[in-house]
Design a binder for this molecule. Structure first.
Ligand code: KIV
Length: 276
């Protein structure tokens, strides 16, 4: 069944957790869809996790579209969300034009980072019928990759609660809460009528999102994440074993090769002799 915004909103009403993972390639998209993930999310974290960039600010529209199209080919049922890269939503004109490119590439909705200052952009996208996900708290495009927890003081907590309400009022259909104290995330979840998707935002959000690399064990372990696999170790071991086997002559073996029939080989050898 194709999952849409109505399905995701119903999950909030029924208090069923919404599952979200970042995804950057076709095979992972197939696995996530098959596993029943609700939202497959092409995050701009593709830059630091896959492309070897130092910062999210290096990610371009071309990068995002390339990965979005690969993921689209692997997704059948999940809601497909894509991130606006740095500056792609710098004003209403660019935000609408870039969001339309993503929709043409097969995205179901777009996510953009920022607080209350993003209300005019969200309003413009919604007016164009573009399903929009807001993203408050830690915003890597604005604050950099090093994440501090937001919502620890009265002023900051109030600002977050007000931003969430304003973005929801502007028509955002979902909101990501990144690195926000659990108590303030819970207040936001209880006060907005759109699903909240937390990352490092505690247990009481309507859903959870993690970066696929972090659950697979690629790269460092973060407090907010959990490892379900040791991909770094398994992959390195496989590469090492392959290298050793090629160097030692243990790969390929007869099982990995295709032979020419003996009579045809004899003919080739006879022809070679006659040529010399
Ligand atoms: O790009 C990203 O990975 C994000 C996080 C919320 C998961 O925006």
């Amino acid at each position: 069944m194709k999952k849409d915004i109505a399905y995701l909103h119903a999950k909030k009403q029924e208090r069923q957790p919404i599952t979200v993972l970042t995804c950057y390639d076709y095979p992972t998209a197939c696995w996530q869809d098959e596993a029943g993930i609700d939202i497959v999310f092409v995050g701009d974290s593709v830059g630091t996790n896959i492309l070897g960039y130092k910062s999210e600010t290096e990610v371009t529209m071309a990068d995002m579209r390339h990965h979005l199209k690969a993921v689209r080919r692997g997704v059948t049922d999940a809601y497909l969300l894509v991130d606006m890269p740095y500056a792609a939503d710098r004003d209403v004109k660019h935000a609408v034009a870039n969001a339309k490119l993503f929709l043409a590439d097969g995205a179901d909705g777009v996510k953009l980072e920022g607080g209350i200052e993003k209300v005019p952009i969200v309003t413009a996208l919604v007016e164009q019928g573009i399903e929009t996900c807001a993203h408050i708290g830690h915003n890597p495009q604005i604050h950099g990759s090093k994440a501090a927890t937001h919502g620890k003081t009265f002023t900051r907590a109030k600002r977050l609660i007000e931003a969430a309400a304003a973005l929801a009022d502007a028509g955002a259909k979902l909101i990501v809460l990144e690195k926000i104290t659990e108590e303030i995330s819970q207040i936001i979840t209880e006060t907005v009528d759109i699903p909240t998707i937390g990352i490092g935002a505690g247990r009481f959000c309507d859903g959870q999102v993690l970066v696929i690399n972090d659950i697979l064990g690629i790269g460092p372990l973060f407090k907010h994440a959990k490892r379900y696999q040791d991909y770094d170790y398994c992959t390195f071991e496989a590469i090492l074993q392959y290298t050793n086997e090629v160097e030692n002559g243990d790969f390929p073996t007869d099982d990995n090769v295709v032979h020419i029939a003996a009579d045809k080989l004899a003919r080739v050898q006879k022809w070679l002799k006659s040529e010399r």
